[in-house]
Design a protein around this ligand. Structure first.
Ligand SMILES: NC(=O)c1ccc[n+]([C@@H]2O[C@H](COP(=O)([O-])OP(=O)(O)OC[C@H]3O[C@@H](n4cnc5c(N)ncnc54)[C@H](OP(=O)(O)O)[C@@H]3O)[C@@H](O)[C@H]2O)c1
Length: 275
């Protein structure tokens, strides 16, 4: 039972990652990101998920410098964008992200999308950054099983994390099992289906526990052993999304949510995003 917002999962290399983080896609750099991060940190969040592509890394840097929580308590994730893939470009892009964030060390660096044919070279750069201690953990995002297999055949380090679209309409059963077997921590993006929570089964289960559909879905992530990073810029929702540590769904309710799967994506299919 994961019983507090401060609880962390130990990644394969021993680094501890919070189970809950704040997602920052589509959060504006001008004020909005800093306000959301401040509200989240006050609520107890310690993990922030950004990316070069979100154009708010500088705001993340400012917010965490001013937040009153020490750097070693925080867990900051950023990602290498598709156009920056390849060995040399990744090293340059990482340095630029690190500068924008104002950090010496990034907690988790992810390959944002597998893309077409460069992720093995990109990963070599990740292994170098990891060996140099500039990143505490390295991982991937939007990798399907075939991408993970290809990476395993051609590299030394197995990714510590795979961040993928994961929610009741896309339960990723095979991918989750593969990641568990291989010690890869799955992390859910768009865990709240981008706000599309108006679903009778979720509402019924939520009513039973005195919780909201959002809280039920986030708790379901945790009970599957999946790290989750809901996005909100609304302080009351930021707090609501962290109030998930005082109840446990029964196995039957977990199974009812699993059964909602439609293999439906709100974001792109990784096999079709080839740039
Ligand atoms: N690696 C990748 O390729 C990738 C792709 C997509 C996302 N991500 C990461 O995953 C994070 C989360 O995914 P997401 O931003 O796509 O969507 P999400 O977290 O599934 O949903 C966010 C939406 O839900 C609303 N919301 C938040 N809490 C709510 C609540 N308690 N009740 C009702 N509505 C609520 C938000 O509105 P307000 O903000 O207005 O409150 C926003 O419109 C991103 O921010 C990003 O960090 C990664």
């Amino acid at each position: 039972m994961i019983a507090s917002v401060q609880e962390r999962v130990k990644l394969r290399n021993g680094v501890e990652m919070p189970w809950l983080g704040l997602g920052l896609w589509k959060v504006k750099a001008e004020g909005e990101a800093e306000r959301a991060i401040r509200a989240a940190i006050q609520t107890g969040y310690r993990s922030i998920d950004t990316a070069k592509a979100y154009r708010n890394e500088e705001a993340v840097g400012r917010a965490i410098r001013d937040c009153g929580v020490s750097r070693d308590e925080l867990f900051i994730t950023t990602k290498i964008w598709n156009e920056d893939q390849g060995y040399e470009r990744t090293l340059t892009a990482f340095e630029e992200s690190r500068k924008r964030l104002g950090l010496d060390v990034v907690d988790l660096l992810l390959i944002h999308w597998p893309g077409k044919d460069k992720f093995v070279d990109t990963w070599r750069a990740f292994e170098k950054l990891y060996a140099e201690g500039l990143v505490r953990a390295i991982g991937v995002s939007n990798f399907q099983i075939h991408h993970l297999r290809k990476l395993a055949e051609s590299s030394e380090i197995v990714p510590m994390v795979n961040q993928v679209e994961f929610h009741p309409l896309l339960t990723q059963k095979e991918l989750l099992a593969y990641c568990k077997e291989n010690g890869i921590q799955l992390e859910a993006w768009s865990p709240l289906m981008q706000g599309n929570l108006d679903h009778a089964v979720l509402q019924e289960i939520a009513g039973k526990y005195g919780k909201t559909p959002a809280q039920v879905v986030l708790r379901w992530d945790l009970q599957h052993g999946v790290v989750t990073i809901p996005k909100s810029v609304t302080p009351s929702r930021i707090a609501e999304n962290a109030d998930i540590f005082d109840f446990t769904l029964t196995d039957e309710d977990v199974a009812r949510i699993d059964a909602l799967n439609e293999n439906r994506r709100f974001g792109p299919n990784p096999d079709a995003l080839l740039f």
